[in-house]
Design a binder for this molecule. Sequence first.
Ligand code: GDP
Ligand code: IMO
Ligand code: MG
Length: 433
Amino acid sequence: MKNVVIAGTQWGDEGKGKVVDILAPHFDIVARYQGGHNAGHTVRIGDRKFILRLIPSGILHNECCCVIGNGVVVEPRAFNTELQELREMGIECEGRLFVSSRAHLILPYHLALDRAREERLGTNSVGTTMRGIGPAYEDKAARIGIRAGDLLYPDLLREKIRTNIEAKNRELVSMHCEPLDCDSTLDDFLSEAMRLKPFIRDTATMINRATGDGKSVLIEGAQGTMLDVDHGTYPFVTSSNATAGGAAIGLGLAPKKITGALGITKAYTTRVGGGPFPTELLDEQGAYLQKRGNEYGAVTGRPRRTGWFDAVVVRYAVMLNGFDALALTKLDVLDEFDEIRISTAYHCRGELLTDIPYGANVLAECEPVYETLPGWKTATNGTTNFADLPAAAKAYVRRVEELCGAPAALISTGPDRSETIIREDSPVSGWMK
Ligand code: GDP
Ligand code: IMO
Ligand code: MG
């Protein structure tokens, strides 16, 4: 049995898309278990660039079957647009892409509410992607959500949506926002949503039958551990469980069937949106990382905040996700630094902390305790052998492994598929057999 979860160890955008694309040919199914089109997973293949938001990154491999699990929230227009974009790039999804009947749908009122809530929070806003993700998950928990499977029962569905629009309009008006027009909202939504029907399946049964027949599943996480609604920097988080545990629930695959986990880790740190970020660099070094790392959101185009590697964060992620290994990405972005810093602990309110404290307000007060390592001042981009890395780069990787408690089984040295080191005799080389 081989069912492996790929999850982010930081605040998202660690390079999950690239790593999924590399591993996908060695798996039968690639499945997303949480999040929605707030994700932006970039895959570079030669001079072609694909940004996958909702559809698993495995779709770029023609023989791969892809699943959008019950834990994902699906915005029909975003789904149709992505399908069309892929078609224009020569990728056909029909017959090998399936959406769980239990996946919740994002409706126009979720977008309106996301916007209204963020505006109301003002300077305390989460800085969401404004895709309606949070409000859609709220309705799921409140048991008033609309699920993909509801599209198969249109009469009942219309009634449910009408009731919801009326209730949401009351909420919008109370926040001094324009209410939605019931009839046109319903008609527009249904014309997009009905196009999902051919993709809808009982994907949990599908995946379990497949694994029973000896097929393997690569489970693609979105966002990252520090954006997990339970374990992240609450309330500056997304509204789903991005950590590996979410995979079991978000696909209906029993925990004991998940055989491995890989933590995608950027060689420094970035964050989009609000919330605490202890190692953030607000100086020219931060600006340099942003420029050299091309740190602009794939979904919203927003510049990403940047900072040094935070071993406290990644160690916490290794613990929570039980990562067998890390995939250390964007090592090449550090090529030109004279010195590189790693945060190993925090000073906070007179104490030395080696674990993430409770509370975003407390984390915001934490001052990183840095260890300084020499830079390598040598181009590493495109390196495919660990042995070929400069000695200082090897030392950096080894220190990250030591501090985080997991081996860097994959090291990424550029955006392209080919710019990758796979360590021999590692969990990753094992999964690629
Ligand atoms: P994801 O959301 O975790 O899939 O990550 P994103 O795709 O949002 O952001 C990662 C960005 O870094 C993308 O633009 C990738 O093409 C790029 N990237 C991935 N790995 C590397 C690497 O090793 N070096 C460089 N320079 N860029 C990389
Ligand atoms: P990938 O999968 C980075 C952030 C938003 C915001 C917070 C909540 O590409 O790594 P939401 O719209 O989810 O309610 O926003 O989460 N966020 C991400 N940051 N990468 C992502 O996805 C993200 N998805 C959401 O910026 O701070
Ligand atoms: Mg991203």
